[in-house]
Design a protein around this ligand. Sequence first.
Ligand code: FAD
Length: 385
Amino acid sequence: MSTLDSLALTRIPPEDEALRAEVRTFLAEAIAGLPAHIRARSWGGYSTELSRKLGAKGWIGVTLPPAYGGGGRSAFTRYVLVEEYLACGAPVGSHWIADRQSAPLILKYGTEAQKQFYIPRVCRGEAFFCIGMSEPGSGSDLASVRTRATPNDTGFVLNGQKIWTTNAHHCQYMIALVRTSGTAEDRHKGLSQVIVDLSLPGVTVRPIEDLSGDSHFCEVFFDNVQLGPDALIGAEGQGWEQVTAELAFERSGPERLFSSIVLFDQWLQYVRTPQGRTESAQRLAGKVLTQLAPLRAMSVAIQDKLVRGQSPIVEAALVKELGTTLEQMIPAAIADDLFACEAEDVPVELLMTLKYVTEASPSFSLRGGTRDILRGMIARGLGLR
Ligand SMILES: Cc1cc2nc3c(=O)[nH]c(=O)nc-3n(C[C@H](O)[C@H](O)[C@H](O)COP(=O)(O)OP(=O)(O)OC[C@H]3O[C@@H](n4cnc5c(N)ncnc54)[C@H](O)[C@@H]3O)c2cc1C
């Protein structure tokens, strides 16, 4: 291999790129009429109807084996789909977690019965999952979780509380990180993952309202919830290893770059008008695009590493940290630009989108691991601590 070859950027294979046009056309019709300030919610937006339509197209679980209803295609196919969903702000939140991590997790660690029961329904856009990791007092310090699944004659009895659980009020299932043995002081030891049917007696789900007025995440309480023996996913006591592997996939995808992209596009439309085409706006547009392009290239390169079975945990942390910094810069810089020059005839829809993204943006560097935690991981990966 020549030096030039080794420097070549990872590219999405042409057979996957070929899917873009069809997805774009489909989405243009499927979400026609949805205003930008709603589309700005994107993977936080929720539409079971859209999920079912995408399932019918074969675009959920696209990397999963056809034997379980999946598409049998590569992770790059999924990358193209996700980029297109995010670029137009399709409300894909209902199946998001199930597609990104729950079904792949079940495929990797689940029993044959679990695979057959859950995965085909995920692929049809009918079974939705949420992630039960965080608890009050156990967010960054995840290994200290206290929710406990105590083994008994008929499976496990679940007691405890999860918090910030995205879409718990809309999902049928949660994959929860729980303690099955030992105490919180045992840290990583004694943790397991269980699938919780959220309709079981003893489960209470309470939505939490965020700064923007949306209620997309919840508190979830477990009071003597009886789980069957088949609730355990993977090996008992292996929960920590399973969760860590999940997080590398969660941190490097396009969703860590494109959370403000609907706003950016909406603003660019204004910048193309005579009133909006100021010198400072054009400079800002260039600044955003020159940061976005290399970050996207890094995200695609990490995808390639994941496809090759590597575990690019530090690289994924770096993409998330840089990506969310850019995502948060976009609404702040657009607001500065619009208001500093007392811009004229700014469309109301642009202002409503700006308002929503400004209110949502603090959460970009909290969800999926906070900025401080990621910086600590990067420093450790570089051998600096
Ligand atoms: C929009 C959104 C959606 C979410 N969805 C989910 C979900 O679906 N499922 C789920 O399980 N969780 C979810 N979360 C929770 C999220 O993962 C946690 O909020 C996050 O891990 C931080 O945990 P915490 O809130 O307990 O804060 P803490 O861990 O208490 O942190 C508070 C502050 O202290 C800093 N800090 C903590 N420890 C250290 C350290 N060692 N070094 C330096 N600084 C430190 C943090 O960076 C942060 O600024 C979501 C959060 C948000 C905002």
